[in-house]
Design a protein around this ligand. Sequence first.
Ligand SMILES: Cc1ncc(C[n+]2csc(CCOP(=O)(O)OP(=O)(O)O)c2C)c(N)n1
Ligand SMILES: [Mg+2]
Length: 546
Amino acid sequence: MKATDLMVKALENEGVEYIFGIPGEENLDFLNSLVDSKIKLILTRHEQAAGFMAATYGRLTGKPGVCLSTLGPGATNFVTASAYAQLGAMPLVMLAGQKPIRKSKQGRFQIVDVVGLMKPITKYSEQVVDAGNIPSMVRDAFRVAMEERPGAVYIELPEDIAAEYSDAEIFEVVDHRRPDADEKAIQEAIAMIETAERPLLLIGAGANRKTTGEALTDFIDKTGIYFFNTQLGKGVVDERHEKFIGTAALSDHDFLHCAIDRADLIINVGHDVIEKPPFFMEKGGKKVIHVNFFAAHIDDVYFPQLNVVGDISTSIKRMTSKITIDTSRDFSYFERVQDEVEHHLSKYFEDDRFPMLPQHLVSLLRDKLDSKDIVTLDNGVYKIWFARNYKCYSPNTLLLDNALATMGAGLPSAMAAKQLYPDKKVVSINGDGGFMMNSQELETAVRMKLDLVVIILNDSAYGMIKWKQEGMGFKNFGLDYKNPDFVKYADSFGAFGHRPTSAKEFSSMLDSALSSKGVHLIDLPIDYSLNHSILNVLIKESSCII
Ligand SMILES: Cc1ncc(C[n+]2csc(CCOP(=O)(O)OP(=O)(O)O)c2C)c(N)n1
Ligand SMILES: [Mg+2]
């Protein structure tokens, strides 16, 4: 069989449904092998976007998303997407071409050591040097990409190897059970929780990768322990739950940190240090139990006293079944913090000034979307407002990146989500800066016939950095720009552009965009004037309730 037919067969064997990417001449054999495959090629307008889409497919399904590029410039365009998947623990398989390796074709034209380049930002980066290795390499790459902690892998197929023939056979996909935690660790965790006076549960990134929501809900219901989450742990347990305190979108001094400061034990489920810290540990301070698929990476701000290493939901179930409940523990302080958080977060929900406050946008969207609908975010200052103020009712319904925190992934991640779940409404929230980093994918979205709502928060600036600049007491400098006419821009792609002039008009535009076909882009003027006074000043000055 031809090497590229073997490669396609190996990918089919892994259950691959889509390949996102841009072929080059080095991939033409591979492309030809795809013609009769049931794998669908989704052609994008930038390899970075293809990588973000494939990574999001991996994030949402647990199965690696696959992307394709040519050698050199195509493959280097994968770098940010690879880092995004690697830090965010999203299973991603990148396939790229290369010039022939047995014989020089064009000197060093376009040749970059991409295998070497990818090493620090992947779990596996290899070149195929013999067609006979394709089945084992593909099988192993998929295993590595999926295995905890999931991440990115890179396979390079040189042009001459791609044209070889081999009689190698495909390997069966053999799954394996994730190991369970040791009984001693479970017992120790139970003892620490039982003896703690004010334990709190924290739900982080790892908990969102597997269906641990049910196990955690049972744990909370049985123990009555209050919980909060990180940005990547949002929605694992329904945030309408009576024990939910809030999301730690900042590391310190947010209202919910009053509860964290008062806790003597944090049961930290699925957190890993790639996320902005939800709180800082201090020597001699509160204790932390780290429950995850792997032991804690030690950092100056994170050094848990106990590791419960193994499948998260099994660990939680075992703790829930054996723990004894002490009803005399007084959690009323947490209840008061919860009220305080709720009061502060909802303060501007009904404020319909225009340009619009991010708080009002959050509340409008929450009202209009069902529990399983999806909001995706790019990276900008609005991420903090969404993380703190948008309540998730189900896992993976607010897709944000609190790991690499790159700009440019918002629109591609929305496209991948909509492709996967055509019955769910998907709204992509972008800053005007982040949107422009992959705005060319509007064409891909239109061509894919996606029904998508894209909202651009227009402040004609890199607002997040402006906010930080102000927070540091610096002069407003170097962060403003002019935008194109986004309505005309959208229309030119065959999407539908809209520009509201009031909050009321925005609300009705959003209703009609959510219920109609096609890609709808709303250019929404945003008011960031309260960012500094609330996020830099107010929350730091507000003292915790005694
Ligand atoms: C690729 C990339 N470049 C730069 C940054 C640093 N950065 C983080 S947010 C931000 C500004 C975002 O501006 P915009 O998308 O307009 O959102 P806003 O905060 O204005 O709502 C920048 C430059 C980043 N995170 N990713
Ligand atoms: Mg902006």
